[in-house]
Design a binder for this molecule. Sequence first.
Ligand SMILES: O=C(O)c1ccc(O)c(O)c1
Ligand SMILES: [Mg+2]
Length: 602
Amino acid sequence: MRKSIATVSLSGSLTEKLSAASAAGFDGIELFENDLLASPLSPKDIRLLAEDLGLRIELYQPFRDAEALPADAFARVLRRAEQKFAVMEQLGAPMLLVCSTVSAQAVDDDLLAAEQLRTLAERASEHGVRIAYEALAWGRHVSDYRHSWRIVEAADHPSLGVCLDSFHILTLGDDPAGIREIPAEKLFFLQLADAPDLDMEPLHFSRHYRCFPGQGVFDLTGFTEHVLAAGYEGPLSLEVFNDVFRRTDAERTAVDAMRSLIVLGDAVRHRLPERVGLDPLPPVSPSQGFAFAEITVDTRSETQVRGMLAGLGFTLRGVHRTKPVQLWQQGDARLVVNRAHFNGTDRERGDAFVSVIGVETADPRSAAARADALLAPPAPRAIGAGESRLPALIAPDGSNLYFCRTAADDGWLADFAPLRDGSGAPVLDAIDHIALSPHADHYDETVLFYRAAFGLALRSNEEIASPHGLVRSRAIADDHLRLIFNVPVLLDDAAPRLQHVAFSCTDIFAAAAHLRTADVPLLPIPGNYYEDLAARTDLPASTLTTMRDHGILYDRSGEAEFFHLYTTTAGRSLFFEVVQRVGSYTGYGAPNAPIRRAAQHL
Ligand SMILES: O=C(O)c1ccc(O)c(O)c1
Ligand SMILES: [Mg+2]
């Protein structure tokens, strides 16, 4: 099916918007009137430009307050419309979107609305133009799609049909199943938008907070399934009014948009296998957890990070044969420490950060093929003679993803000259989860990408009331791979973008004692926290004393328990966590996050 995007969803001049849509692979656009009015290009030039870029102008919009009007007002509508039809002929735009009226002049009279829309459609047909009538959620008399369809049905003109917009329908909590009752030839246009979990008056919500399908809480898969099952053949068109997209890089937004449509198309295809024209994504290759995490350090932070790793029980197992890179390991937990120059990055000297996530999978090539189909660019890297060629791509947050089969004969471990085997029993077992901090402008994009690339489910979506600003936090996971994404709700470019790597263990008290002996700097937790814990749990006093001594935090969910502690921060941004899950605890100690954030500021 054709893929389209409304120009209102992208920033910049009309030329920039069209170039971005074309570069991202869209087949067409919805042209917003203001983008035309503000453009120095004539309608004919716009048509030629779109043609050059391989874009159809699918629709021109919006045309407002057209129906259910007194005769004199409707006469003015027709005059206004004639000019639009003439412009559309020059543009080569075949369809005009008419929004249900918000005019105080309009009357609540479906027959009058139908009659006037019929007249409008008849005039449009003389110019080869069709009219798609859309119920705005805040329309004065028409706000739901069934109502718009009743009027279109009554008007009974071949050049008049309905435009369905997922936002208006789903924000009112309307059931989209009724779409199946609208004849296919009357489904003129489909606009897709998702929205976050906010309870807000529809107009303001619509004009500022829409997001791409898969980035909010609406069921766009189910919605689109209804529309396609009804026989809709037109484009899937994204119409996303969003404050961030209005001001950030159009090319990037267009790629984000295209990725969301690819993910949506694949999901709908699974529901409607007989439907042609929906491209499949390469299937998810289930991950088997983290092969490794790479931490990039500079000469200043290297000593600190290495000191912490040694204290956490890691041993230096190997040095890379050609690069200033070390392999540290204990149990199944592997960390690669890469000494690099931060020149040209947004990192300050002395910082340390997670730069690569190595994902363990039985089939690295097909896992990478899926990430590639999700528009992740390949990671440029120098590969020395004889070194492993792990497929590597760049995720939207800038992290590199390496797809690994560690135990394979030609596995990546062979790139390291072995130093020695680890001595003694490991203190920690494996990487439990990794928490990343994408830039706020790329947050939704990043979470959608990781979810889709690895087939992970959204496990939690919370706000952490940190004393230095609200932080949004989403956890996505399957049984093996757990990722957290944190971002300040209000953009703060000066604040460190904290990241952490958490390690699992089976006895956090023993681990804490080891860390203490090894002089690992642990994050101190205030005594008040433990007074409160004593009051609300049955933890024995002696256990609480030990927890307080080591800064061990606690959470519980039913019978399942969670113990965790943190190191202080290495550089500005990176810290480590040690966790012990007891029973079937699947969370991350979210109630403790504000305490941790406050302690990190002390
Ligand atoms: O916010 C609006 O006015 C508006 C205009 C056109 C649309 O297609 C829409 O969904 C909303
Ligand atoms: Mg719309």
